[in-house]
Write a protein that binds this ligand. Structure first.
Ligand code: SF4
Length: 529
């Protein structure tokens, strides 16, 4: 059955896309404040007798940092799959009456940040297709495919006229379409046929009326873990989401594994040979500090990185301060190893990224002050070590150094708990194009001069890797070293708006040749300086 969107009571009309101007204002909307963005958080639960919609809500809440553009969930009571989604944060999309109406024993949920396809209601997830045998298929995806164009060609996207109607343009929607195409196959059999065709990064949760599925790409680029409830099972992007719903950690979903959970229990099948290449940036910034990856707490790893950073880049100083909050664990480690006192020098306005109010031009010019405020009494006259997790464009650090000097800091020494980010990510993280990355083409001294610091030190790739305790050949480190572990297509077949581009070609081939949509192609991103 089709998703019964209209069955769900709500104060909003969720059968219609939300207006663009109702989108929450994030840092990307404030000039100079664009941290790396993750590609989504996924959650799934199979638990008869439990309030699965509320469990999914809290699971998504714990994963909000992984995607803040849209949120959604699908719930089944064994007869019907109901999908509810909208642009916005989890707490903005769902309310008590909505969750109360979504009853069942099986659910999946999704927080979205877009890496393929624009930020539109159609691209919010779970994506949905009616199953050819009846019923429905809903899917949530964290990651980014690298063979989207090939898959689009395979399903004949080029031949499908849009007739002016909005339609999903995400790689995730293509996966759902592929799963729902063969009337002779069960969803499980279709998954075993489709998953080996996908290239790139994907941690998936999907479902029909009866069964919850979880699958991870053979490289395990994005995390996905399995947990146990007293009366059921949970899958989630991070262990922190298991904790919040009271599930105990069982194990990671293995790279190349398909898991099915239903009334017959849990079934596991290895659909491809695993070749692990977990994302190193999850340790640096993306994952929550209270999440564990490969059995080790992310917080512990980040503190260890700080210790190693202090040894690689020591400096005479009076106070170590973090850029809250992602720089905090490494600052703790730096202070511990260096013997320099740790303190708070910056206070974060935690809710600025949560507002619906568009900042006026005057407010925008405040830039970083919207987010961080210096504690003058703590830093005046001090030689500071300022620890941050990464430098992408450099605008944030430049504004930060200036702000600290204006607040009376005697010296500002910047220490970064990741190596220079020099390459874009095609596996689910949106940094910037290569031309926008400040470390692309500039030496460390030049970056230091550009941000106006007294000194600048990045942790080395070797030390960062050692701090994770994972061997380097089992990690993706491409944004730091340019060695992409999963083959990339030609630059014209990469880019966030690639599917819009394909559709545009269908609509008006001539016009499409003249108009390059933002994000189409990645020749800039891939060409070396
Ligand atoms: S390129 Fe960087 S951010 Fe992307 S998967 Fe690899 S390590 Fe992670």
């Amino acid at each position: 059955m089709a998703p019964s969107l209209s069955d769900v009571p709500s104060s909003h009309d969720h059968t219609q896309p939300a207006a663009d101007d109702a989108r929450p204002v994030g840092f990307s909307d404030i000039p100079d404040e664009a941290p790396p963005k993750d590609a989504c958080g996924v959650f799934g639960v199979w638990a008869p007798g439990e309030e699965v919609a509320k469990l999914t809500y809290y699971g998504l809440y714990a994963l909000q940092h992984r995607g803040q553009e849209a949120a959604g969930m699908a719930v089944s009571d064994g007869r019907t799959v109901v999908v509810y989604k909208d642009l916005g944060l989890v707490a903005q999309v769902f309310d008590e009456p909505t969750l109360g109406a979504m009853t069942g024993h099986l659910a999946i949920g999704h927080n979205r940040y877009s890496t393929t396809g624009a930020c539109t209601w159609e691209n919010a997830q779970p994506s949905y297709r009616p199953a050819p045998q009846g019923g429905g298929i809903a899917l949530g995806h964290n990651g980014n495919l690298t063979n989207t164009a090939q898959l689009a060609a395979e399903i004949g996207l080029e031949q499908r006229p849009r007739n002016g109607e909005p339609r999903a343009t995400s790689d995730s929607d293509l996966i759902t379409e592929l799963l729902a195409r063969d009337p002779d196959l069960s969803l499980e059999a279709a998954a075993l046929r489709v998953l080996p065709k996908l290239r790139g990064a994907f941690s998936l949760v999907f479902m029909d009326e009866h069964t919850l599925y979880a699958a991870r790409d053979p490289h395990g680029v994005r995390p996905l873990v399995l947990g146990r409830l007293e009366r059921g099972w949970v899958v989630a992007s991070e262990t922190a989401a298991l904790d919040i719903v009271g599930a105990s950690f069982v194990r990671e979903v293995e790279p190349g594994e398909l898991i099915a959970i239903d009334e017959h229990g849990l079934r596991s099948q290895q659909y491809a040979e695993p070749t692990p290449k977990g994302c190193l940036f999850e340790y640096v910034y993306l994952a929550r500090p209270d999440t564990a990856i490969a059995g080790r707490s992310v917080q512990e790893t980040r503190v260890e990185v700080g210790r190693r950073l202090a040894k690689e880049h020591p400096v005479e100083a009076d106070l170590v301060i973090p850029v809250p909050e992602s720089g905090t664990p490494a600052a703790v480690g730096y202070a511990e190893a260096s013997g320099i006192p740790y303190g708070i020098g910056l206070v974060k306005n935690a809710y600025v990224g949560r507002t619906f109010i568009q900042p006026s031009q005057t407010i925008r010019q405040l830039g970083i002050r919207l987010k961080l405020n210096p504690l003058r009494a703590a830093i005046a006259g001090k030689r500071l070590v300022v620890v941050d997790d990464s430098i992408v464009r450099g605008n944030t650090q430049r504004a930060l150094v200036r702000m600290l000097r204006e607040a009376g800091a005697a010296e500002v020494h910047v220490r970064i708990s990741s190596p220079p980010v020099q390459w874009p990510c095609f596996y689910g993280i949106d940094f910037a194009t290569r031309a926008e990355l400040i470390a692309n083409g500039l030496t460390v001294d030049q970056v230091c001069a550009s941000i106006g610091a007294d000194s600048l030190g990045y942790i080395s790739l070797e030390q960062l890797t050692e701090a994770t305790t994972i061997p380097g050949d089992r990690l993706c480190r491409a944004c730091f070293d340019g060695e992409y572990p999963i083959e990339l297509p030609t630059p014209d077949l990469l880019g966030k708006h690639m599917l819009e581009s394909i559709e545009r070609n269908v609509e008006d081939a001539e016009e499409a040749q003249d108009v390059m949509l933002p994000g189409v192609g990645a020749s800039d991103a891939l060409s070396r300086p």
